[in-house]
Design a protein around this ligand. Structure first.
Ligand SMILES: *Cc1c(COP(=O)(O)O)cnc(C)c1O
Length: 428
């Protein structure tokens, strides 16, 4: 499928049925697989042969769908996880351990921030958070001897900052570590971070990839480009023998193309067990089949809503990289030439109480803790996800009390704008 365009890959990459086989990806709803001899199965346990023995580690349905996502991102290997949280945790923990250090963009999803800043800190993994707008010198100064990875989001949720992927990749590589990019918001239809130097790409497939609010899931894609053996001392888990697999050295046996995902499956899935259910993988694949058709519509609606809000006197400011006046417009033109996503955030004049009244007045755009599905939805962090913070703390976190995040779905943009119009009228 390598020579086909991304639109074709969305529809047909991954699962390629042979003569007489099912046209649609089959759901292999089976925990286990049958073998004729113990010897056959032993080879699988020793990673001497590839095949399936227990769905906690691998399942064919998941692998078909992961192969599609690898093809979309331009990677060499991929795996599905039970959620986006599991994907980011595995991607980092596959190369970090107690005593390691991470350099991370400060503008990331709140769940990922908690994972890295609180939970992984308890495991002895320390992180330096740095503004995505930092200079190269500031970025380089954040590295330590024990730094193992750099992490950022292509378009951050919910701040909608755009990551300068080349700047972060250059710094990571000059310190001998990979750049991991969470590409959830643009999806590979709008940005392929590997083409700009990222080494590992992660996803919350819960968002646009599924796109219908139907299945929580995650994915990890390896570019196959990072030379682990060239930085042997930093990555003993990949470059020295694994005692739990009879002394296999992943980077030697599976090469640059396969080592990262094989180790992640063989060790982390085996031990933590955060597999995506085959049923969810099937649902995810239905979403992927139309991803290239849906993303331009999400972008069109996001752009129209952002422009409408920008011109409204009740609005203090709008964050949307597609707007000419947005702080990240230049980076968006470079990394997201076809647009980014359908998520827009804006600050309403009058703070928390006006925001509450405004959202209550919306008829089509529903209040939900979600983004990136077919139905438009909105959220006011001050009264929901961040409601424990005072107005002053909210300001400091860059989330003013009147901030509303709207995820523009696939409805008609005129209907979305009319819904916003009538809500503005009702709070006058
Ligand atoms: C939602 C989200 C996650 C977490 O994904 P889940 O599937 O909810 O676990 C991670 N990163 C980004 C950018 C997200 O938007």
């Amino acid at each position: 499928m390598d020579n086909y365009k991304i639109n074709t890959k969305c529809v047909q990459a991954g699962y390629r049925p042979k003569n007489g086989e099912p046209r649609q990806v089959p759901v292999i709803q089976s925990t286990t697989f049958k073998y004729d001899t113990s010897e056959d199965m032993g080879k699988l346990f020793d990673l001497e042969a590839s095949g399936y023995f227990y769905t906690r580690l691998q399942n064919p349905t998941n692998d078909y769908v992961a192969a599609k996502i690898a093809a979309l991102e331009g990677g060499t290997a991929a795996m599905l996880t039970s959620s986006g949280q599991a994907a980011n945790f595995f991607a980092l923990f596959n190369i970090c351990e107690c005593g390691s250090h991470i350099v991370c963009s400060s503008s990331i999803y709140g769940g990922t921030f908690n994972l890295i800043a609180v939970t992984m800190a308890k495991m002895g993994i320390e992180t330096t958070f740095i503004s995505p707008d930092c200079t190269e010198a500031e970025l380089n100064a954040a590295f330590k001897e024990n730094t193992k990875a750099v992490f950022g989001e292509t378009i951050a949720n919910p701040a909608l900052t755009v990551l300068d992927i080349e700047k972060f990749a250059k710094a990571a590589h000059s310190h001998g570590v990979p750049l991991i990019v969470d590409n959830t918001f643009p999806t590979p239809v709008n940005c392929r971070p590997i083409e700009w130097g990222a080494d590992i790409v992660t996803h919350s497939t819960t968002k646009y990839m599924d796109g219908h609010g139907a299945a929580v899931g995650g994915a990890i894609v390896d570019s196959g480009k990072f030379d682990w053996m060239a930085h042997k001392d930093k990555f003993p888990g990949l470059c020295t023998p694994d005692d739990s697999y009879h002394g296999i050295t992943y980077a030697e046996k599976f090469g640059k193309e396969g080592a990262f995902i094989t180790k992640c499956t063989a060790q982390l899935m085996r031990d933590f067990g955060s597999i995506q259910s085959p049923q969810n993988a099937f649902i995810l694949n239905l979403g992927l089949e139309s991803l290239h058709v849906r993303m331009p519509k999400h972008v069109e609606n996001g752009q129209a809503v952002a422009e409408f809000l920008e011109a409204n006197p009740n609005v203090e400011f709008v964050n949307y990289p597609g707007l000419k006046n947005d702080k990240y417009h230049k980076l968006a033109e470079k990394y997201l030439p076809n647009g980014g996503c359908g998520v827009v955030s804006f600050c309403l004049k009058g703070g928390r109480s006006q925001a509450e009244k405004f959202m209550k007045a919306l008829k089509l755009i529903a209040i939900e803790t979600h983004v990136a599905d077919a139905r438009s939805c909105c959220l006011n962090p001050a009264t929901s996800t961040h409601r424990q913070l005072t107005d002053k703390q909210l300001e400091e976190a860059g989330i003013p009390a009147g901030l509303i995040r709207i995820s523009c779905g696939l409805e008609d943009k005129e209907d979305l704008i009319n819904d916003l119009k009538q809500a503005f009228d009702s709070i006058k």
